[in-house]
Write a protein that binds this ligand. Structure first.
Ligand code: BEZ
Length: 211
């Protein structure tokens, strides 16, 4: 069955560019973004891995560990890493799983046979420090992912994990947020001392509480 939000992210041990990784142990108390790539030595994947390497300080500042996966062997990952550094201006600074036996891809449902029998699709799993799956995304091989959007949604996930708020359409950090419907107006007055605006009884906004 497909991995669903709230599930415990399956644990595994697999080869990677930083040596064998036991996933839960490696994740520790951090958030994790686990993302798959269809194949080594492919153009879109090359740009994606370079982009994540350049954004690593942004992931670090959010306590998020990136980890990539491709179903090719370690030897290919090592050769491809040199190309990534050469062409993208950033060396891999996070592990890339060598899932040649497809153990992890199968565990996480990253191969969608009706799209492609051999390669993984572009899956994203964002996992919290409690090892629960907080968000999943699936892109086809032809569409590179927007990692700025992934950082944005991590900001939303981390904010809403700590406060009784949700983020509206097209929210960006610093914008007003929505008070969740289970909070009464009396409770909202205590929880959000900056005040709130009631547009409808079910639609109330307040300043982002952690600023
Ligand atoms: C790519 O990463 O460029 C790619 C991989 C598989 C199919 C199409 C594009």
């Amino acid at each position: 069955m497909a991995i669903q939000l709230g599930d415990t992210a399956p644990d595994f041990t697999q080869e990677s560019t930083i040596g064998p990784i036991n996933f839960h142990e490696w994740a520790g108390d951090s958030w994790v973004i686990l993302f798959s790539h269809p194949k080594d030595y492919t153009p879109v994947c090359t740009t994606e891995l370079g982009t994540v390497a350049k954004l690593k300080p942004e992931f670090d500042s959010r306590n998020v560990k990136p980890i990539g996966l491709s179903v090719d062997p370690l030897k290919d990952h090592e050769g491809w890493s040199k190309d990534i550094e050469e062409t993208q201006g950033a060396a891999l600074n996070f592990p890339l799983i060598a899932d040649a036996d497809r153990k992890v891809s199968t565990l996480y449902g990253m191969i969608h046979p009706n799209a492609d029998n051999t390669f993984t699709v572009r899956s994203v799993f964002i996992i919290g420090p409690d090892k629960k799956v907080k968000l999943t995304l699936t892109y086809p091989a032809s569409a590179g992912r927007n990692f700025n959007e992934i950082l944005r949604v991590i900001d939303s996930l981390q904010l809403t994990a700590n406060y009784k708020v949700a983020t509206p359409a097209n929210w960006n950090p610093g914008d007003d947020v929505i008070i969740v419907p289970t909070v009464s107006n009396e409770e909202a007055a205590t929880l959000f001392p900056a005040g709130f605006t009631q547009i409808k009884p079910y639609l109330r906004t307040t300043k982002q509480p952690n600023l």
